[in-house]
Design a protein around this ligand. Sequence first.
Ligand code: ADP
Ligand code: MG
Length: 571
Amino acid sequence: MLKRFFSYYKPHKRLFIIDFTCAVFVAILELAFPLAVQKFIDDLLPSNNWNLIITVSALLLVVYLLSTFLQYIVTYWGHKLGVNIETDMRQDLFQHVQRQSFRFFDNTKTGHIMSRITNDLFDIGELAHHGPEDFFIAIMTFVGAFFFMFNINFQLSVILLIMVPVLIWLITYSNIKMNKAWKSMYEEIAEVNARVEDAVSGVRVVQSFTNEDFEMKRFTKDNYNFRKAKISAYKVMAFVHSNIYMMMRLMVLVVLVVGSWMVFNDRMEMGGLVAFVLFTNVLTSPIQKISALLELYPKGMAGFKRFTDLLDVQPDVVDRENAKPVKNLKGFISFHKVTFGYERTQGPVVKAMSFNINAGETVALVGPSGAGKTTISALIPRFYDVDSGQITIDGMDIRDMTKKSLREHIGIVQQDVFLFTGTLRENIAYGNHQATEREIREAARRAHLEEFINELPNGYETQVGERGLKLSGGQKQRIAIARMFLKNPPILILDEATSALDTETETIIQQALTDLSKNRTTIVIAHRLATIKNADRIMVVTKNGIEEDGNHEELLKRNGIFAHLHNVQMR
Ligand code: ADP
Ligand code: MG
């Protein structure tokens, strides 16, 4: 775990070394101060030599200026190091989450993912900066201070040293407690995030059911659990801090009493006592550093643990070792005894299914909802991998192709179209970022978007998405189609693309879709049978698999499931 943490320092080695070196010098200068005071009181003061005092003071001033400068470097560059590491980790995580397969997103709450990428890493930067540096400096200052104290007075040092194990016990004890406390704090804030994410993206549903109070209640529960977790963490922290404070004062008090007695009895000089008190004070710094680390370390590590846990989730759809990038697939799709289920407990959704779709053919999948049509189409771009059997395109197992090259050959238009925050142009160009202005306009024209866009005051530069222009279902659908014209894939999957539209809009979009599916292998999943009349073939999918397969006329003649559905809809 620690080794893994330190591996993030590698790219920032130089920054770390500079920061660390400066910190060591600051610590050394810190130790020199009590010694200088001792010299002042015991040697310079009795000498009555004012010039010497001024010279030494000037020297001290230079030393302080240097120390100030070094502290500036440590604070600025040290934190820079921390932020760099935090940013690198966040980069890794975002990259990793994007590579996860659909199954991961089926089973993970969005709020939890958000939490991992943002909150969980907040304390990492601080830990990355202060962790190794403060730990080392604290030990160095501690040992250094005691070295000089032993030099000044042996007995008094021994008395002080006896109090140290108590401190160490306090520190270890609280470390364990804080670890637990911060871990549960992170878990609770992830719950809060998940709840907010749900309530905000579902706000329209919440309000239409007037369930605001209900949501508030659920949120309150999570939010108060978070509060409880965080407060108990701070309670442990307060306990530690106050006890450490008390130990520190106790140490100074002991030094004052025992030391004064020693000065009375000529066992120690005055300057020595003052230096000793100052050294006891210098000890505050390492002890405070350690107690701050006690807070930081478990907090940062709890976040880091959650970070690595997510980073270690392996996507279940990956490129095989010998996977090849493919080019110019024609689109001859074959299912060979394909079996697939989402979860073992639920049993397969697709059972030993076999069929062929010729290149350029338009095949419609119809059947009751929940029969597995979307599932079948999701297997082709490998959103999920088959459990057994195989799917080939142009005779090649799709698992022998790289995922990227396979997916470049497939376009999917669904019922819900996702628009990204940005302009209309950007949203259309999402289909192909290299598209020229002319190509974008051509795609918009073929998607029957042109008229609509030209009427907008800002045209292609109109902002859409979350905070932009709200588009109707049919307009969004046309953007999806324009994206497809730009992507220009040989295989096209239309999953209920027109199901949510009114008949009039549907007719326009149907034209665009027919144009789009020209010269492509097209799989149309449709609800309304009228829209698939012109399909080359129709496959009827039910829970039992593909029950009927033929063209419109053949299936009507057969007088089976399709004919029955057809009659119901035509009535
Ligand atoms: P259709 O598109 O024909 O309506 P689907 O392919 O969406 O049907 O669903 C087929 C079956 O698989 C249904 O029983 C559905 O509940 C289940 N299912 C669909 N998607 C998932 C998923 N992501 N995780 C688990 N089960 C799923
Ligand atoms: Mg479906």
